[in-house]
Design a protein around this ligand. Structure first.
Ligand code: NAD
Ligand code: UDP
Length: 319
């Protein structure tokens, strides 16, 4: 049986990846220190004999007994309010954590895929973003801790490929949403849905003219799965190119939830990227991938997930 180690497994994307690899017949070793994740995301897997969980901080030396065929490194705070709250841990997991996992991959002769991000493009001056754009990041700005950790992560991964011949893959993930996002993680999808369900006004930052392009989680997981088993070592964008302004997105959520609330405007966070849209030509060409879920279908599924929360849980998620 093929064995895969998934870090950040108790988080949003990590838990969906665990599901996919279990479904494909892999033995899954899940690792997480639960700093932003939740074991609830994995509880349905604990009874399986082909699943085990390690509570471990991957910024410290990582050891896994026995053979390992694949590693997916997804551990890292991922939402702006998380990485602003824990900036040093964010830098460490992207740098030291990645180094530890590359070392483990080398020892086990495993193939490793690392989760990079559209944030490596910073506040992009090229639109839509292609993989050959070098980016526009403020190293010392509040988002720098995340962006630069991810840029370093790509560099060290490429160095291990070049100098040690390690089998590496790099996915640049654009804004992804779906069930199991944390309701209070501050990202726009759970923020707006939480506000609508609690009967609060929706907080749009700035004038809401900044854009994002939202990808449903099942599409992302399919892209990652295909990339891992391809033979392409350079970064590949995975995201949904359907771009929308944040103000229009708020209007969509108001319509979808049927809330009577209105939009209110708050200050735009420092260095909030003005526009973001993936160019996915490379993903189409190399792994034959493109998203299947439009925003309406994906958002309905996401809303159904959050509708299951009790009033108390919704209230607790206020921030
Ligand atoms: P998440 O916060 O839900 O999950 C991250 C998980 O990593 C959490 O369970 C957390 O406890 C764990 N973790 C953090 N530091 C750790 C450490 N030192 N050791 C062990 N575990 C640790 O976030 P997510 O949205 O699932 O993001 C997962 C990965 O995907 C991250 O690397 C993120 O940078 C990347 N990514 C996500 C998106 C997105 O839109 N969701 C976009 C771009 C990149
Ligand atoms: N945003 C907003 N209101 C909120 C939360 C976020 O207007 O309550 C905006 C935020 O300023 C950004 C966009 O929504 O322009 C996406 O934010 P998110 O944190 O989800 O992702 P990122 O900025 O990392 O792409």
């Amino acid at each position: 049986m093929q064995k895969v180690l998934i870090t950040g497994a108790a988080g949003f994307l990590g838990s969906h990846l665990c599901d996919r690899f279990i479904k494909e017949g892999f033995y899954v070793i899940a690792m997480d220190n639960l700093i932003t994740g939740d074991l609830k995301n994995l509880e349905h897997l604990f009874k399986l004999e082909t699943f085990e969980f390690y509570n471990h901080d991957v910024s410290k030396f990582v050891h896994v007994p026995g053979k390992l065929d694949y590693i997916l490194h997804f551990a890292s705070p991922a939402s702006p309010i998380d990485y602003l709250k824990i900036p040093i841990q964010t830098l460490k997991v992207g740098s030291l954590g990645t180094h530890n996992l590359l070392g483990l991959a080398k020892e086990k002769k495993a193939r490793i895929l690392i989760a990079s991000t559209s944030e490596v493009y910073g506040d992009p001056l090229v639109h839509p973003q292609t993989e050959d754009y070098y980016g526009n990041v403020n190293t010392i700005g509040p988002r720098g801790v995340y962006d630069e950790a991810k840029r370093f992560q790509e560099s060290i991964t490429m160095a291990y490929h070049t100098y040690h011949g390690l089998e590496t893959r790099i996915v640049r993930i654009f804004n992804t949403y779906g069930p199991r996002m944390r309701l209070n993680d501050g990202r726009v999808v759970p923020a707006f849905i939480g506000q609508a369900l609690r009967g609060e006004d929706l907080t749009v930052f700035g004038e809401g003219l900044q854009t994002r392009s939202f990808c449903y989680v099942d599409d992302l997981v399919e892209g990652i799965y295909r990339l891992l088993f391809s033979d392409y070592v350079y970064p590949v964008n995975i995201g949904n190119p359907d771009e929308i302004t944040i103000k229009d997105f708020a209007k969509e959520i108001i319509k979808l939830t049927g809330t009577k609330q209105k939009i209110i405007y708050k200050d735009l966070p420092t260095n909030d990227p003005l526009q973001r849209q993936p160019d996915i030509s490379k993903a189409k060409e190399i792994i034959g991938w493109e998203p299947k879920f439009d925003r309406n279908k994906g958002m309905k599924r996401t809303l159904d997930y959050f509708k299951e929360f009790s009033e108390e849980e919704l209230k607790k998620s206020e921030h």
